[in-house]
Write a protein that binds this ligand. Sequence first.
Ligand SMILES: NC(=O)c1ccc[n+]([C@@H]2O[C@H](COP(=O)([O-])OP(=O)(O)OC[C@H]3O[C@@H](n4cnc5c(N)ncnc54)[C@H](O)[C@@H]3O)[C@@H](O)[C@H]2O)c1
Ligand SMILES: [Zn+2]
Length: 365
Amino acid sequence: MFELQIKIPASMAGGYKVIIGTDILGSLWQTIERDYPKLNKFVVTDENLSSSGWLAKLTGEVNIPAFIIAPAGEISKNINTVISIIESMEKAYLGRDTLVVALGGGTVGDIAGFAASIFKRGVPVLHIPTTTIAQADSAIGGKTGVDSSLSKNAFGTFWHPVGVYIDVSALATLDERQFRAGLVESVKHTIIADGEYFNWFESNLNSILEQNPVVLEQLAMRNCKIKGRVVEADPYEKNQRRMLNYGHTIGHAVEAASGFKLLHGEAVAIGIIGACLIELELKLAKNDKLERIRGLLKKIGVPVTLPGNLDDKIVMELIKHDKKAVNKWPRFALTTEIGQVYSPGGQYAVEVNPELVGKILKRLR
Ligand SMILES: NC(=O)c1ccc[n+]([C@@H]2O[C@H](COP(=O)([O-])OP(=O)(O)OC[C@H]3O[C@@H](n4cnc5c(N)ncnc54)[C@H](O)[C@@H]3O)[C@@H](O)[C@H]2O)c1
Ligand SMILES: [Zn+2]
């Protein structure tokens, strides 16, 4: 069991507690009632969390108003779901003294966080993340949002949670492919922030894949510490936080170009190799770094090359539409050594020539 504190001075609660444990879901409701006795609770989750029994495990016998997102996943991450959530909160006579409890993966967290941030001008949200992506990444950091019909996270807010409670045993029912893809966010954290963590990850990979609870707790703890540190330094993404975008500039474009057939983490794995190739080309890093990272990603079982049916031109076009693009071209987060982000002049996202990126896409085959 671990507990950390993340300080976000300007947020509603000034910061938040992250609790990490195994088999704690059944007792979390008591903790929530103890920590927030004056607030009415409203749970947002999805049909898979409900059918795998995690919702019942969390709330027990108590009858708590809840909204169950169906169908689960990105398809429901839109403004209509947010409207339905807000209206069902109104129907339950909830007011500003409400705590939204988000039980689920990144889509549930993003939707519930967004709904909480706008319900009656904002009520607190507490995250109980249940996927490898959410436990490593999305639950920490306060980014919320839903997609428009044109792009991802077109509606969104920064709304830092009041707490993040992680039960690593919830991962047991997660689909194996989702489990593995989500680990790529952990690999990203090792590369941008902590070489020793990379070594640890390499040597503990088998235990991670076997879901050894002791190792999973350490994994969650290391991720939350790294993400927490970056978010504390830059809660509203002015600069440092851009390093978290490592592998994501090419990754997001590849994810979209695949028509979302590749999972987010799978596309980011390809994007990380793309970033490594750029670093090699710019002589920022050596080949052995690329080989170690590629070896690790292969062992996780995620792709490290672009699928044959993806057209480079479409990927390039999508990179130009990156939401962080300035003058139709985004900046890239890059690293030198494993654990060492490249930040010339204190800038955590740097310009890379589009022609070079075009060349790298060809080398990603
Ligand atoms: N806010 C952020 O900072 C941030 C960061 C990274 C990703 N994201 C967002 O997160 C989303 C992806 O996250 P995700 O992969 O967790 O998505 P998800 O919530 O859609 O979960 C993936 C699938 O697993 C199911 N699931 C979740 N937990 C389960 C469990 N314990 N057992 C069985 N099934 C379970 C879900 O129902 C869903 O079908 C994207 O929308 C992405 O934009 C946000
Ligand atoms: Zn990501």
